[in-house]
Design a protein. Structure first.
Length: 295
């Protein structure tokens, strides 16, 4: 017969996937999300379940509190506004689901573009928005975490909701159409066809590339704007596009580039009216080692 510790661990494991999703949306970092979930487990071990009526709700709130502390610590360390080249950790899956249960976990996954917008929110705003709007946690439960009244917490979420709505770029909801646009981009880049690249890019397309702090030169972090500028960059890095394959990046088709057996970059896009409006590229070698990728 399982002892009390084993039963507690089993009950926690039932919630681990959900808690990691909460933490990932709060933090945009897979490694930090894992750490937050582990800390939630440690706090549960110290508390026990004797006075916890709703374990799932308690764990969600505790994980949110841990993430809030991490976000506040980040904000305190950051001397300047978030670098506009920052790209959150992507979650990568095969295009064709191999595990229906796993696929079900990702049916409401959040795109990289939205995670970028979430990074611009204040920590308390992000917590209120993520827990309430994405996970239906009542404001009465969120209020003690942010040390505000339920009414003030509601205002936090409302303010965050407006900012997310105004700043998140619209994108084609049909994954098949997204995939066709991405394939047209890949074909043009591989073929060195500058005009075809410009044609598949929106005139005001924005490319955000995050190569980390150590990479310099042409391969370093950068933000590019405009179809011709982005097309020129795509031709410069065409060899990596040639090594790429189409995968699901969070909630939409994207590109995974593997060179010499190592993940070189992950790219996600936003598509509107059959043109790419936004490109988000993570090529930071340190962070790519931790990305959940099917290589």
């Amino acid at each position: 017969m399982a002892d009390e510790g084993e039963l507690l661990a089993e009950r926690f494991e039932e919630h681990r996937g959900h808690l990691k999703t909460v933490a990932y949306r709060m933090l945009g970092s897979l490694a930090e999300a894992e750490d937050a979930v582990q800390e939630a487990w440690l706090r549960l071990g110290r508390t026990g379940t004797g006075d916890i009526g709703n374990l799932g709700g308690w764990l969600t709130t505790v994980t949110g509190r841990i993430c809030l502390d991490l976000l506040r610590s980040r904000a305190a360390r950051r001397e300047q506004p978030m670098d506009e080249t920052f790209v959150p950790d992507p979650v990568i899956r095969p295009l064709s689901p191999v595990d229906p249960e796993q696929e079900a976990l990702h049916t409401d996954s959040v795109g990289v573009a939205m995670l970028v917008v979430l990074e611009t929110l204040e920590p308390d705003e992000r917590l209120a928005f993520v827990l309430h709007d994405m996970f239906a946690v009542p404001f009465d439960d969120i209020a003690p975490v942010v040390e505000r009244s339920p009414a003030a917490t509601r205002q936090l979420a409302s303010r965050a909701r407006r900012r997310v709505r105004d700043a998140t770029p619209s994108s084609e909801p049909d994954p098949d159409r997204q995939k066709r646009v991405l394939e047209a981009f890949m074909a043009a880049a591989r073929g060195g066809d500058f005009e075809a690249l410009v044609a598949v890019l929106h005139p005001d397309v924005v490319l955000r590339a995050d190569a980390g702090a150590l990479v310099r030169g042409a391969a370093g972090s950068r933000t590019l704007r405009g179809a011709k500028t982005v097309a020129e960059s795509a031709l410069l890095f065409a060899r990596y596009t040639a090594a790429a394959r189409t995968v699901l990046v969070n909630d939409a088709p994207g590109l995974l580039s593997v060179v010499d057996g190592r993940v070189h970059s992950v790219m996600s896009v936003t598509v509107t009216d059959d043109r790419i409006t936004g490109m988000y590229i993570l090529s930071d070698p340190d962070r790519l080692e931790r990305v959940e990728a099917l290589t």
